[in-house]
Design a protein around this ligand. Structure first.
Ligand SMILES: *Cc1c(COP(=O)(O)O)cnc(C)c1O
Length: 404
């Protein structure tokens, strides 16, 4: 007879996304704990030598060693997979190791990747400095110009790699259209969904094949732990998992437990981040010392309609150009605004309950040449805010210098 606590193996197919965030993937031990258990153990015991052999041989499912699987990590993977609508999730030690595991699992020397120029700076370094040494070719193209993607395809192209909205200019890419181009070339479309999370955007539903996450950001939500994830169909995740269990870029059980708690509140947090961001972006547009404001939720965003088709909100990241005053350079103007803040944290992280402020040209994008930065539109006056969960009036007050 089914009872109220027969939750293990519960049918989740009828649940709404918010309920999946709280309940999906959860498994209870015999103790009946209501908050998911943290399994801080490296190995698992077998009842007999025969069972050990069966586990290692793959004829009996079950845990062996936490580099391969761990129940707390499994719960995190199953919850995130349910939220993204993916068959399988492979959790990793960081967002960067998620990208590494994805490429190592699915590509070989001589293969080719087409990537958007507007991706996370460290992802550019990974592709162009490190993976290149191992025989992987990468071509960088414009995020929004689909003809450039088309033109970059070679017979060896395996992956398309994109982030949308982009950092820091919040440009949006048409995921369905890009997926079509990738599939015609027999390539897979990989979307780094870190900025939106499944609470705002579901790339697999739009035709993408693989999702990357830096769980460090909004999935944690309070700036505590590093982690990442790769999601997709079982057939694509099998070699990614194979790389992970051998190379050991595994997510720690403790971090998985923190992220599990993060996912429970993901929907209400993302809604609050986006609500604050829209109010702040609208206010910024009206300030005398502000030039352009970049936020997909604004009517003035050139791709507002596409963004609202793909996303349930504009998300939590807002960028804007500070207009220099007489005798000031653009960088001096931007730095003056950043240095005048007291509440907002000057730090490069994002997705935290605490609002953060950065000057992309001299931090996240400082390793890019000045010409490439200018071509990408990342000007010296540009400031990025990852809008947190403080009251938005306090954020405006912290930026009051922009009103002068
Ligand atoms: C932070 C970030 C990463 C890398 O994640 P880590 O957890 O820091 O390794 C990858 N992609 C995007 C979009 C990010 O913001």
């Amino acid at each position: 007879m089914a009872t109220n606590i027969d939750l293990n193996g519960f049918d989740e197919s009828a649940w709404h996304p918010e309920t999946l965030g709280v309940r999906a993937g959860n498994q209870m031990t015999a103790f009946g704990e209501n908050s998911e258990a943290l399994f801080l153990n490296s190995s698992f015991r077998f009842k007999s030598a025969a069972q050990a052999a069966a586990r290692f041989g793959g004829t009996e499912p079950g845990n062996i060693y936490s580099r391969f699987t761990n129940p707390t990590v499994t719960m995190f993977q199953d919850k995130l997979a349910a939220l993204e609508g993916a068959e399988q999730c492979v959790a990793t030690s960081s967002g960067m190791s998620a990208i590494l595991a994805c490429v190592m699992g699915l590509c070989s020397a001589g293969d080719h990747i087409v990537a958007s120029r507007s991706i996370f700076g460290t992802s550019v370094q990974l592709f162009s400095n490190i993976l290149k040494r191992w025989g992987l070719e990468v071509t960088f193209v414009s995020l929004t110009d689909l003809k450039e993607w088309q033109g970059a395809i070679t017979p060896k192209t395996k992956l398309f790699f994109v982030e949308t909205p982009s950092n820091p200019l919040t440009e949006v890419c048409d995921i369905s259209a890009l997926a079509k181009i990738a599939h015609e070339a027999n390539a897979l479309l990989v979307v780094d969904n870190c900025f939106c999370t499944p609470a705002i955007q579901l790339p697999l539903k739009l035709g993408a094949d693989i999702i990357i996450h830096s769980a460090t950001k909004y999935i944690d939500g309070q700036g505590r732990c590093l982690g990442g994830a790769v999601l997709g169909s079982k057939v694509h995740m099998e070699p990614v998992y194979g790389f992970l269990r051998t190379a050991g870029v595994t997510m720690s059980a403790f971090n998985a437990w923190v992220f599990l708690k993060g996912l429970e509140t993901l929907f209400i947090r993302m809604e609050a981040h986006a609500k604050n961001a829209l109010v702040l972006a609208t206010w910024l547009e009206a300030q005398p010392q502000v030039g352009r404001v970049f936020y997909p939720g604004l009517q003035s965003h050139p791709q507002h309609a596409l963004a609202m088709q793909q996303q349930t909100s504009g998300g939590g990241i807002v960028s804007f150009e500070v207009k220099p005053k007489a005798g000031q350079t653009a960088q001096e103007a931007a730095w003056a605004i950043i240095d005048a803040t007291k509440l907002i944290s000057i730090t490069a992280n994002l997705g935290d309950a605490k609002s953060t402020i950065t000057h992309p040209a001299t931090t996240t994008h400082s390793r890019v040449t000045a010409e490439a930065r200018a071509a990408a539109g990342i000007t010296d006056g540009l400031v990025r805010i990852a809008v947190g969960l403080e009251h938005v009036e306090d954020l405006k007050a912290d930026l009051a210098l922009l009103s002068k």
